[in-house]
Design a protein around this ligand. Structure first.
Ligand SMILES: NC(=O)c1ccc[n+]([C@@H]2O[C@H](COP(=O)([O-])OP(=O)(O)OC[C@H]3O[C@@H](n4cnc5c(N)ncnc54)[C@H](O)[C@@H]3O)[C@@H](O)[C@H]2O)c1
Ligand SMILES: [Zn+2]
Length: 357
């Protein structure tokens, strides 16, 4: 089992993580415990989890419907009410077993109920294992704005059991892969090269991939938990990506997944890096072609541009009304706090359209 220390907590990764989890659960043995799941983590992960942790008669399962559209305050209210119905006190423990929707939502519910109860993340998607469950950002969407309501708060423990990924479909795996590609681009060229060659098809690579991505994210977060500076590097691809994701959630019959939107954002923001920080044309092409070798082109229309810009202006990452970007100087090196004009952003979207025609 691999252990990674964060600011106030620990991440454990491997086949034998449940032995360590059982130890962490000891102090909670006489207290109320809840397990938050959606229907898919319920079907694929709950029985394994309960068996391996011996929690059979000792935990209340709360199941919600899957999907980003449920990462809302309404669902929080429903779960806070359930806590009250069970007389859950300050010593209550919430275990979040699921993808990023469950860990973001459950983390927020736990952080705010009675000013904060303990929670443990047991992520079951690649995206949640390498990104969402780590770093202490928890929250919900509101009025079509992604993650606009939330707090920083670390779980007691993050438990990563790579075996859970066996039931995840390829589209969801790739959505997580986008974040791994981002990790390579902002911090580790060698990792990027490995990801370019493809690490997903062989399950023996998963643990290594998860570990490398978490190390990169954790090293950045450790120095800047509340995102005053360096942590902004992790937003590469996300300023434009989040706008595309929000727009897609509202308008598309089959909306983009988070990582799919970030993949579009990575190409656009690599283009911005090219025009603003002289990222070389060679590396811009390398990034674009790698992303498009994994992700289908997304049909962006010029008529969406104004809505995208509006969404970006309201993005919580901005300060003083300007649109803030993390950009690459080269593959493996990122700089934060770069502004780009609306014209630059439109140009980058047009670049994406031109290479996906
Ligand atoms: N807090 C952060 O730092 C952070 C970082 C990145 C992303 N996020 C958030 O994470 C969310 C996306 O996470 P996600 O991609 O995990 O989405 P998700 O939670 O919706 O999970 C994706 C799908 O996989 C299903 N699923 C979960 N585990 C499974 C398993 N083992 N087998 C089969 N199916 C399974 C889910 O039910 C869902 O249908 C977004 O809301 C995003 O904003 C947060
Ligand atoms: Zn992301």
């Amino acid at each position: 089992m691999k252990k990674i220390k964060t600011n106030n907590s620990q991440i454990i990764i491997g086949e034998d993580v449940f032995i360590a989890l059982k130890k962490t659960l000891k102090p909670y043995q006489f207290h109320k415990k809840f397990l938050l799941v959606d229907e898919n983590s319920f079907t694929h992960c709950v029985s394994d989890f309960i068996l391996q942790t011996d929690l059979t008669n000792d935990i209340e399962i709360i199941e919600i419907e899957s999907g980003e559209e449920n990462k809302t305050l309404e669902i929080c209210q429903h779960i806070w009410q359930t806590f009250l119905d069970f007389n859950a006190d300050k010593k209550t423990l919430l275990i979040n077993l699921g993808g990023g929707v469950i860990t973001d939502l459950g983390g927020f519910i736990a952080s705010t109920y009675k000013r904060g109860i303990d929670f443990i993340n047991v992520p079951t998607t690649l995206l949640a294992q390498i990104d969402a469950s780590v770093g202490g950002k928890v929250g919900v969407d509101f009025n079509n704005f992604k993650n606009i309501i939330g707090v920083f708060n670390e779980p007691k423990l993050v438990v990563i059991y790579p075996y859970f990924l066996k039931t995840l479909n390829k589209r969801q795996m790739l959505s997580g892969y986008a974040e791994a590609l981002k990790h390579g681009l902002i911090a580790d060229k060698l990792y990027w090269k490995m990801l370019q060659a493809g690490l997903l098809s062989d399950a023996n690579n998963w643990e290594k991939l998860i570990e490398t991505s978490i190390e990169i994210k954790n090293n950045i977060v450790k120095n800047d938990f509340e995102e005053k500076g360096e942590r902004k590097k992790l937003n590469f691809g996300h300023t434009i990506g989040h706008a595309i994701e929000s727009h897609s959630l509202k308008h598309d019959k089959l909306p983009l997944l988070h990582g799919e939107a970030i993949a579009v954002g990575i190409i656009c923001e690599a283009y911005l890096s090219h025009i603003k920080l002289n990222l070389s044309s060679k590396e811009l092409k390398e990034i674009s072609s790698t992303i498009l070798s994994y992700f289908n082109p997304y049909p962006i229309k010029e008529s969406f541009f104004n809505h995208y810009l509006e969404l970006m202006k309201n993005d919580k990452k901005n300060e003083n009304d300007t649109i803030n970007f993390t950009l690459l100087t080269r593959i493996g090196e990122a700089e934060f706090n770069h502004e780009a004009s609306a014209e630059n952003i439109v140009e980058s979207l047009k670049y994406y359209i031109s290479i996906t025609k």
